[in-house]
Design a protein. Sequence first.
Length: 358
Amino acid sequence: MIEVGVNGYGTIGKRVADAVDSQPDMELVGVAKTKPNFEAHTAVERGYDMYAAIPERAPLFSEDGIEIAGVVDELVAAADVVVDCTPSGIGAENKSLYESHDTPAIFQGGESADIADVSFNARANFDEAVGARYTRVVSCNTTGLSRIVAPLQEEYGVEKVRATLVRRGGDPAQNSRGPINDILPNPIGIPSHHGPDVQTIFPDLSIDTLGLKVPATLMHVHSLNVTLESDVTAAHVRQLLEDENRVYVIPEGLGIDGAGKLKDFALDAGRPRGDLWENCVWGESIAVEGRDMYLFQAIHQESDVIPENVDAIRAMLDVADKRESMRRTDKHVGIGVPSDPSGAGREDDQVEAEPADD
């Protein structure tokens, strides 16, 4: 059983904690919070042991009716691996804590790539993280791009990727972020940081990215143009992507024409928090002209990196290969959106019987 600690219990941390808790080969040691807000109360209600991320604030938890199991140093000492889900920049400050306890750690995409031995995407470079002490799960947008590039590169070869990323201004709870009523080139210069970040996964990939920020909180939307090394058909590309478990090709007949309806679909499907862990590709957008492939995809910034964090744990501790880890993660998190409202999906989307070794 892998003992996992989660440092930070916000947008990403609470989802990572739930995902870890769902895995039969993992045990959640506990989660660390800086203050006893509603998320801390939710964690305790879920049965998660609470640790004070800032030791001096430990008394605040008991004053608010939350019994803590200890402080963050104790969480790190008890864990086989820690998933750092703190805000950007804080993970870098925490690295010395993990080093002092000789505890492997996973950082999020908001940290600089040089914080870790490897930047990670399960579909693209799982094996590079095997045995690593420190791994960085790349950002939501980089995760979404990598999941598309990997199968295209394997099947056809990729000559060039051009991506325009229309990004949400902030997560639903981030009421201090914007824009409120604007459309911002972000950055105005080219490329945006996403292209170089994808190159931490695919070092030899030729990729240009442009970014825009809009007054929305739901999801990111990508417009992709990929020049392939061989001639293909749109139908073949579509089938290739439909065979990817972490890519959901939205059928035309569902009438899902935007991110809002996608989120509504996820809520109706009973997804926790309305999460969409998969890339959501509009099937009718997949088009091919010669060797140029085009598509639109939506990326749920709050949840698409969650399965990657779970897989990074297994890769670092070398307890499962890529295929088996992704299978376990997908099954127990609940990945695999049915292709129609009746619930009939691909055969590999169906929940299988619990294997004896899980």
